[in-house]
Design a protein around this ligand. Structure first.
Ligand code: AMP
Length: 195
């Protein structure tokens, strides 16, 4: 069992690197952003609530987000074999809730991969992605707000996980393959140290 948190600002490459990690380690992937976008596409009640926040570049309230995550774990028993958490946690209360949730299941966060990319590059990438993907929150106003929210509410998680001895900072710019190699090396050495 191996639980991995992929952490980073919007546009840092969490989705891209998570896809590779799934291929490599065969873990269950939970992207809270994708999960919410799926609800919005299906126009569920949750989707309508989530859209209010997402379109403003704000975070979904912690209680609601934690509930959604707990349901996802319960409804997918294969998550007991290990999960890549992509986009969760995004606040300290979410990190604490994740710790409790996993502890109740006899499990824990094993490692956190933090993709570190400069703000100017993030903005460039998100604007490009907006042109290609049509994601409604990839426009300059929402991007600026999302980066502000990230710096205020999510970035403090770095120190939280450094304190837990789980944080592995990875330079998230440059060729995708090189970034993935760095992640693989960091996780391999973390696993060696855990033995
Ligand atoms: P993402 O695809 O990870 O960039 O997420 C897109 C949007 O979904 C974010 O800007 C938030 O509005 C919302 N969201 C995703 N994950 C979370 C989370 N863990 N907590 C709160 N809001 C979230």
């Amino acid at each position: 069992m191996y639980n991995l948190v992929v952490f980073g600002a919007p546009g840092s490459g969490k989705g891209t690197q998570s896809a590779r990690l799934i291929d490599e380690y065969g873990l269950y992937h939970i992207s809270t952003g994708e999960l919410l976008r799926d609800h919005i596409a299906r126009d569920t009640e949750l989707g309508r609530v989530a859209n209010e926040y997402i379109s403003q570049g704000h975070l979904i309230p912690d209680d609601l987000m934690v509930d959604i995550l707990e349901h996802t774990l319960d409804e997918n028993p294969e998550t007991a074999n290990g999960v890549i958490f992509d986009g969760f946690p995004r606040t300290i209360p979410q990190a604490k809730a994740l710790k409790d949730m996993l502890a109740r299941r006899g499990s824990k966060v094993d490692a956190v991969v933090g993709l570190e990319v400069a703000d100017e590059e993030l903005i460039d990438r998100l604007l490009k992605r907006g042109q290609e993907s049509g994601r409604a929150d990839d426009n300059l106003d929402t991007i600026t707000e999302r980066l502000k929210v990230y710096n205020n509410q999510t970035a403090p998680l770095r120190d939280y996980y450094v304190g837990e001895g789980k944080y592995h900072g990875i330079k998230g710019s440059g060729p995708i393959d090189d970034i993935f190699d760095d992640i693989r090396k960091a996780l391999a050495s973390a696993r060696e140290n855990d033995k």
